[in-house]
Write a protein that binds this ligand. Structure first.
Ligand code: SF4
Length: 206
């Protein structure tokens, strides 16, 4: 069998690292992060611009990625980017599951879903619309709040999710002083939503 990015047996990887999940429903839990390279979304406030160009990062095999993750104790593997759904993630999730990991995805939903996931965190972006129907895959909806209008935009997305989907509003980091009061007031008045903070940044970990 040929190992290639096209069939998902190898993937461009910006970085892998152990950390504490800082955002959303699994905040505070130890996790192994796999940050794939390549993104076609182009958020103006993106804090991982180095991930955008896939060809600036090495291609690594799924076998190598899972062996590396298995050497650490955490058994939540978070696949993030970049935009990880630019690739076929089925071989990666199958191998992670076989090695005993929970598989968690962080995505903008702007490319078709692949992979077999225990938990999908869907974070839609205004800069590239999600694919039709993606909201139904979301176990968690996380909307980054950059301005007041984003709250209304978030409701539009929240209304398309499943009833059991956890809804989070997350103040954009560079505007957090202005956005935290906006988000906290909104959540108090709209209790289906929860606040997500980028706690890893407060903890000074990746
Ligand atoms: Fe950055 Fe993520 Fe937006 Fe891509 S989708 S530009 S990686 S914030």
């Amino acid at each position: 069998m040929t190992v290639s990015v096209i069939n998902g047996d190898a993937l461009p990887v910006m970085e892998t690292f152990p950390t504490i999940q800082g955002e959303g429903a699994f905040t505070g839990q130890a996790a192994w992060f796999i940050r794939l390279a390549g993104c076609d979304v182009g958020c103006t406030w993106c804090d991982v611009r180095e991930s955008w160009e896939a060809d600036k990062h090495p291609v690594r095999t799924v076998e190598e990625l899972v062996a590396e993750a298995s050497a650490r104790p955490a058994r939540i593997a978070v696949v993030t980017g970049g935009e990880p759904l630019l690739y076929n993630l089925r071989p990666l999730t199958d191998a992670l599951r076989a090695a005993g990991f929970r598989t968690h995805l962080e995505t903008s939903g702007s490319s078709p879903l692949s992979g077999d996931w225990h938990h999908i965190c869907f974070s839609p972006k205004k800069f590239k619309e999600p694919v039709e129907g993606f909201h139904q895959f979301a176990d968690e909806l996380k909307v980054v709040v950059f301005n007041k209008h984003d709250l209304q935009w978030a409701e539009g997305h929240g209304g398309k999710t499943r009833p059991d989907c956890a809804l989070f509003l997350q103040p954009e980091w560079s505007k957090r002083e202005a956005m935290i009061p906006l988000v906290t007031n909104y959540v108090m008045g709209h209790p289906r939503w929860r606040v997500s903070l980028q706690t890893h940044k407060y903890l000074n970990i990746p």
